[in-house]
Design a protein around this ligand. Sequence first.
Ligand code: HEM
Length: 124
Amino acid sequence: ATPGPSEDSLYQDLGKRAGIAEMVEDLMYRIVEDDRIAFQFKDIDVVQFHTNLTDQLCELSGGPCTYTGRPMTDVHDGMNVTETQFNALAEQLVLAMEDNGISTSAQNRLLERLVELHPQITHR
Ligand code: HEM
């Protein structure tokens, strides 16, 4: 879909695909240090996860990317992701964005779009 002006500006504010890739890398280091969620990620394909989450956030923010990973419901199926775990990941994402100098406004705009995915991720 053609991005509207506000979506396009979120993509810019996140530092385009390179900025998003950087913050996703930082997020991954944070995840393995967070006892609330690290266990869920112990067997993942790190490169695949990094590429797919970066593309997803790029597309979601209005950038010229296409997410080619699996549907969110399929990916998180059988993980029983709790509210606490979801919030822990969101918290680490905020801290990763903070580390990368992303404005509070851009952080909140991205979180708004991620909240829409919440039902597809938790309690599956
Ligand atoms: C905003 C919340 C979240 C988003 C946007 C998200 C998005 C994604 C994406 C894009 C992938 C890659 C899919 C693929 O490679 O096909 C993925 C994989 C994964 N996610 Fe999430 N996720 C979220 C929350 C969580 C939470 C809270 C957990 C657990 C605590 C979790 C656990 C995992 C695991 C373990 C994988 C790897 C699965 C595999 O490769 O088999 N996710 N997620």
